[in-house]
Design a protein around this ligand. Structure first.
Ligand code: MN
Length: 476
């Protein structure tokens, strides 16, 4: 994927000035060292040029968004016909070729060439007038903090563009009677592009029968290099390998990047996929347990924003009020990218589901700042909630808890953070990521047109309550 850099200008100052605009804008575009490349697409000077380049941006599958900057004044009525067609994420980058004013050299030629301070105000007006969702970043283009902000926006744009092609395979339906994992799949596809559809668990069981022993042994060799385990558990682990191979074959066949399943529908399966799901998560697939396709989609999205990063499906499980910490885990399916050390495969019975004891990865989560995010359906709109959390090395040994476990302090503290989360309606399932931050998810929500709620160190329950009431009016 690439981002297109488009410089706004006009003909008023003559060909020589436009040529200098081209040179300066190309220099800025080439200097933007970011996670995804920026391609300079030229200076635009007419309504027809602007409309053409925006149509091309819409049509080009490798274009993840446009970055505009007005080196000189670029009258904004020229931009209306193009911008009203724009379907890609838009960053208005309010920068300037030179960092400082050259005291001795500055003259009217300089003034006519370096006009973004007022040219970008004209450009900002048309963005506001058209009510278009856009990111605005002001700052010098060589400044590292400015570059970091653009990099963050790129992550959000990549997540949004990824979603337009995301397919989520649901093996079976949602866990019976659960409310928060439900939602409007049609609305979700309209907003995010996610295609959420169901496959029978019997199809998966059939695919598993066709997995060969050679395929299983190849995957076992991979497990062997990545994880520790006891030889007595090999049969159960091989069964998880069979499940993983079959699930991935179906995902690849369908072009899907995320999946769900539920312990309430394992027809034809002997174990709930545990290790299988964890290893698929580590490969970059999204996942949601108990049919939670919204969390599966968000997990896949954040993983697409940060390829290879520490991001997992997660669940708030139990509190330690004594130390102000949350213990996060799941029955099985936590991604080993958040592990502090080498994970261990263990085989233990589950308390529910009535199937054989599944093999799963057991590990402790790493410490560090993270975000827990939850996508919920408020009826008529989606709401994305992101809580800032501080993960810690688990404070307890918990020798009888054979699952992956992560502990964190929600900000500003357990009581306030939990109260705000409950007030906002956040789910027990989340995406937990050590890579992203609330600003990136806010940008993602703006691009996709959904409500965003941040719970952070400054959040107060009374102001959050008012914000949510305002949201009910705004998002009606
Ligand atoms: Mn769950």
């Amino acid at each position: 994927m690439k981002f297109w850099f488009i410089a706004g200008s006009q003909f008023l100052y003559g060909d020589e000035t436009v040529a200098q605009v081209e040179k300066g804008a190309a220099e800025i575009a080439a200097g933007l060292k970011l996670p995804w490349p920026v391609e300079y697409k030229g200076a635009v000077t007419t309504t027809a040029e602007i409309e053409r380049i925006i149509k091309e941006a819409n049509y080009d599958d490798e274009c993840a968004g446009i970055i505009t900057f007005c080196h000189t004044f670029s009258p904004s009525k020229m931009w209306i016909n193009g911008l009203t067609l724009l379907q890609k994420p838009w960053l208005h980058f309010h920068t300037q070729l030179n960092e400082a004013i050259p005291d001795q050299e500055i003259d009217m030629d300089y003034m006519n060439l370096h006009q973004s301070a007022h040219g970008d105000r004209e450009h900002g007006f048309i963005g506001a007038r058209l009510r278009l969702p856009r990111k605005v970043i002001a700052g010098y283009w060589k400044d590292s903090a400015t570059l970091q902000r653009i990099a963050d926006w790129q992550r959000a744009a990549i997540g949004a563009v990824f979603g337009r092609k995301l397919k989520i395979v649901r093996f079976g339906d949602n866990m019976r009677e659960v409310a928060v994992t439900e939602g409007d799949k049609v609305e979700t596809q309209i907003k995010f592009g996610w295609q959420v559809n169901t496959w029978g668990v019997g199809d998966l069981a059939g695919e598993m029968e066709r997995v060969t022993d050679a395929e299983i042994q190849a995957l076992m060799a991979e497990y062997h290099t990545l994880y520790d385990y006891d030889d007595k558990d090999v049969k159960a682990i091989e069964y998880q390998a069979r499940e993983e191979i079959a699930i991935e074959k179906i995902l690849v066949r369908e072009g899907a990047s995320a999946f769900t399943n539920t312990f309430e529908d394992l027809s034809g399966l002997r174990q709930l996929p545990g290790l299988a799901t964890q290893h698929l998560l580590a490969k970059g697939y999204g996942y949601g347990a108990e049919g939670d396709w919204k969390t599966a989609g968000m997990t896949a999205t954040v993983k697409a924003m940060y390829p290879g990063g520490a991001t997992t499906f997660m669940e708030d499980y139990t509190y330690d009020y004594a130390s102000g910490l949350i213990l996060g885990a799941h029955m099985l399916e936590v991604c080993p990218t958040v592990a502090a050390g080498k994970p261990r495969i263990e085989v233990h019975p589950l308390g529910i589901g009535g199937k054989e004891a599944p093999a799963r990865l057991v590990f402790e989560g790493r410490a560090g700042a993270a975000v827990a995010a939850s996508l919920i359906d408020m009826g008529g709109r989606m709401r994305l909630i992101a809580a800032d959390v501080e993960c810690v090395k688990p404070t307890l040994a918990m020798p009888n808890l054979p699952v992956a476990r992560v502990m964190w302090k929600p900000l500003p503290d357990l009581e306030t953070g939990a109260e705000c989360w409950i007030r906002a309606g956040g789910a027990h399932h989340t995406v937990l990521s050590f890579e992203t931050n609330a600003g990136v998810l806010r940008d993602f929500a703006r691009i996709t047109g959904v409500e965003f709620v941040s719970i952070n160190g400054d959040t107060r329950p009374d102001t959050l309550e008012k914000e949510l009431m305002m949201g009910d009016i705004i998002w009606k």
